[in-house]
Design a protein around this ligand. Structure first.
Ligand SMILES: NC(=O)c1ccc[n+]([C@@H]2O[C@H](COP(=O)([O-])OP(=O)(O)OC[C@H]3O[C@@H](n4cnc5c(N)ncnc54)[C@H](OP(=O)(O)O)[C@@H]3O)[C@@H](O)[C@H]2O)c1
Length: 319
């Protein structure tokens, strides 16, 4: 069966999400090019064609010639202006499908956008693509919602555990279910869409939802204590207090306050709802046969292979 698309260009291919997706695209023999900024420290294998861009229309027009798909995997500080520039250039170049830099919370949810207002730009980007479609553009979109990253979050501490210090911060009772996805599952799912006609069709103009596991913080802590044979010291976060403080700081311009709000959408309830329990949507990766192990198996694997993982450069330079 021919692949639904052949030529892929990735913006942000050297990042946390970019590296595993780039690797998986190459394994699938897709023809991959990357976009990178002048002076960037990102490094790419020789087989990859590299386009340096200042995100000007001219530089993007050159890079997007003949591309079927633009994968935007840009970091959080670049999800606004740079992505509008990518969309404009992609439509002009006749790109078939655009993947915006999502890969996190469910930004199709009004409640999530109310809790983390800077993510409104993500919904606005989708609206921009829809407006272009209404004006005749055939460019489609796929927005990948992955909940929280499991492996990345486990080691950078975003899931509330500090494996080195044997400490844990649990939000309230630590009993809110949230969906988390390993980066390998994110990468395999994206490549499935690019290489399998049914997956390509099923993700046309859609938000798709991925998950390796849905669990509570308490369940993750129990699995980690078992795997490390250690008892972690637990502190409790009062969710309502931290949400109120962080929302006020964010409104006052402190962008860093966004991160606890992202955690809150994972670990706290909003009007009684667990907003990052993505099972209700049906997990796209599972529908297409991409699964992971149990929590216990995944925690054991993460602890065993931690220094081989691509994102280790962000967290632990020496074993
Ligand atoms: N679900 C989760 O738990 C979770 C965790 C982390 C990230 N995410 C999401 O995943 C997506 C990708 O994040 P990431 O952590 O992989 O990104 P990242 O590693 O921080 O950055 C990826 C790339 O973006 C480019 N970039 C960074 N700042 C830029 C700027 N100001 N202007 C233009 N390009 C810039 C850089 O590429 P060059 O240097 O090559 O130009 C960089 O290598 C984001 O949407 C983020 O919100 C989700």
């Amino acid at each position: 069966m021919p692949k639904p698309v052949q030529n892929i260009i990735i913006a942000g291919a050297g990042g946390n999400v970019g590296l595993p997706i780039l690797e998986e695209c190459l394994k699938a023999s897709l023809k991959v090019s990357v976009l990178t900024r002048p002076g960037s420290t990102s490094k790419f294998p020789d087989i990859v064609k590299v386009f340096t861009t200042d995100y000007s229309p001219a530089s993007l027009a050159l890079a997007f010639q003949g591309q079927d798909v633009v994968l935007s995997l840009l970091g959080l500080s670049a999800i606004g202006d740079q992505q509008y520039a990518l969309i404009e250039a992609a439509v002009k170049a006749g790109v078939k499908r655009f993947f915006p830099s999502e890969f996190g919370l469910d930004t199709a949810s009004a409640q999530v956008l109310a809790a983390v207002p800077p993510f409104r730009v993500r919904a606005e980007l989708i609206d921009t693509i829809k407006a272009k479609q209404a004006a005749g553009s055939p460019m489609e979109y796929t927005a990948v919602v992955a909940g929280l990253f499991l492996d990345w979050g486990f080691f950078v501490g975003f899931l509330g555990l500090d494996v080195e210090q044997r400490t844990a911060e649990l939000w309230d009772e630590g009993n809110v279910p949230f969906t988390a996805t390993n980066l390998s599952v994110v990468a395999r799912t994206v490549v499935k869409i690019l290489t399998d006609a049914a997956a390509y069709e099923a993700s046309r103009n859609a938000y798709i939802y991925t998950g390796s596991v849905t669990m509570t913080q308490t369940e993750l802590l129990a699995a980690t204590e078992k795997a490390t044979d250690a008892k972690f010291a637990v502190t409790r976060i009062e969710s309502q207090k931290l949400i109120a403080e962080s929302s006020a700081k964010l409104a006052g311009g402190d962008f860093a306050a966004m991160l606890p709000l992202v955690q809150a959408v994972g670990f706290a309830r909003f009007h009684g709802e667990a907003l990052t329990d993505l099972r209700k949507y049906g997990l796209f990766n599972e529908k297409f046969g991409i699964t992971d192990g149990s929590i216990e198996e995944m925690v054991a694997t993460m602890l065993k292979h931690r220094f081989e993982l691509p994102y280790v450069r962000y967290i632990a330079p020496t074993p």
